[in-house]
Design a protein. Structure first.
Length: 403
């Protein structure tokens, strides 16, 4: 397959279900493949890692959006992400990231261990005996409960966020339709209204949570955090907090059910959970790609790149690079030197990585211990996404049926 066909295969919506063949084809053409005059796909581990760590590579920010799309601000979903740390560059990124890291501390995350274990217990106790869909009943509710607890979003409001985040994050995909755009815009407006109200309530009655802390940073004045940045980052933290973690949990469950010998090992020895979670992250990266732009002409892995070139960084492909991982398509939690790129690298390295890992390390063995006979009750259904790779339904039986 030539390089053009490999890219076409990757972008074909039917490949959302299986980009692996396209990744393998891209790897055969080297770490960087040109798909247009200024458009490149990067699939090699070392090349993706180098771009992510290179300060001369820029995130897709407002300046870049201005040069491509005159009325992008009219779409509130695009505008919200552009106000967040995810889509800014220094010095704005450095300022916001420092502030967010200051409130999203290791202390807050490790204090959540008990909260997570408690939530997992509660969710497992309440799983319906029949018609159990683990996406509806576990892989969404758990990360939503955790991130809303951290942010200080009231429990009663949790139910509305799955639909809103699904709609909003469509604008993080490589391709989207007019309808995706419209729904993302509507979801953004609803989330903005929601957080405007919540910020007001937390100002009146401060609590030990991220909404209070970030609103206080804005209220302190100076140039710490503008009103738009406060909103953009709160929405980012909410949706990044669960829309990705749900995929990690779902991907982990399917992989373990496909590999009963591993499910048994993890169930019997929960100490192995960190190794299992890293391998799930590697082989089925919940976020499959991100993008960067060159700020000047440069060379990447032997390929000349012009200034302002767009680079699609295929994290999911980098994680299956045969030059980095022997037998890359084999699920092997005990391979040495794991280090997948699923959380990115460099300045934008995922702020929530320790939290996402902790949730999966607690939930996966707990599920297997509670239901040793857990089995698929039908074919799981893939999410229709290229970037956010996971399952939209995961039907299971919890126990062997008795004759
Ligand atoms: C398995 C779960 C997760 C995955 C795979 C994931 C993946 C990523 C990736 C790949 C990036 C970097 C994007 C880039 O460089 O362009 C990122 C950034 C980010 N993630 Fe996560 N994430 C996960 C969970 C979380 C959680 C639980 C939170 C929050 C509680 C979170 C918050 C963020 C934030 C705020 C950023 C932006 C950091 C910056 O731009 O400086 N993520 N994530």
């Amino acid at each position: 397959m030539d390089a053009g066909k490999a890219v076409a295969l990757l972008l074909d919506p039917r490949a959302n279900h299986d980009p692996i063949a396209a990744y393998a084809a891209l790897h055969r053409h080297g770490p960087v493949v040109r798909a247009g005059k200024s458009y490149f796909f990067v699939s090699g581990y070392a090349a993706v890692d180098a771009v992510l760590r290179d300060p001369a590579m820029e995130a897709y920010d407002a300046r870049r959006l201005d040069s491509q799309w005159s009325d992008w601000r009219d779409n509130r979903a695009v505008a919200l992400f552009a106000d967040s740390m995810l889509r800014t560059n220094p010095p704005q990124h450095t300022r916001m990231r420092r502030l967010a890291a200051g409130v999203f501390t290791a202390r807050r995350v490790s204090a959540l261990r008990e909260v997570i274990a408690g939530q997992v217990d509660e969710i497992l106790n309440a799983l319906p005996a029949y018609g159990t869909d683990l996406v509806t009943h576990l892989t969404y509710p758990l990360p939503i409960a955790v991130i809303t607890a951290l942010l200080g979003v009231p429990t009663a409001d949790r139910g509305r966020f799955r639909r809103l985040a699904e709609a909003l994050t469509a604008v993080l995909e490589v391709r989207w339709t007019e309808e995706d755009r419209r729904q993302a815009h509507a979801a953004a407006l609803e989330l903005e209204d929601y957080f405007t109200d919540l910020i007001g309530r937390r100002r009146a009655e401060p609590a030990d949570d991220l909404v209070t802390a970030l609103a206080a940073a804005h209220d302190a004045g100076g140039d710490q955090l503008t009103a738009e940045e406060l909103m953009g980052n709160l929405v980012l933290l909410l949706v990044a907090g669960f829309e990705t973690t749900t995929n990690l949990l779902g991907n982990g469950i399917v992989l373990l059910l496909d590999h009963p010998e591993h499910a048994a090992r993890l169930r019997d020895d929960p100490e192995t959970a960190p190794a299992y979670v890293e391998e799930v992250l590697r082989i089925e990266s919940p976020v499959q790609l991100t993008e960067r732009y060159t700020s000047r002409p440069t060379t990447l892995a032997g390929t000349d790149l012009p200034a302002d070139a767009e680079l699609v960084l295929l994290l999911g492909a980098a994680n299956r690079d045969p030059l980095r991982f022997p037998e890359p398509d084999k699920f092997d939690p005990f391979r040495t030197d794991q280090a997948p790129l699923s959380f990115g690298a460099g300045a934008h390295y995922c702020l929530g990585a320790p939290l996402a890992r902790l949730e999966a390390q607690i939930a996966l063995p707990a599920l297997l211990r509670r239901f040793p006979d857990l089995a698929l009750a039908g074919r799981p259904v893939r999410r229709p996404r290229m970037n956010l790779r996971g399952w939209s339904s995961l039907p299971v039986t919890l126990r062997k049926s008795t004759p």
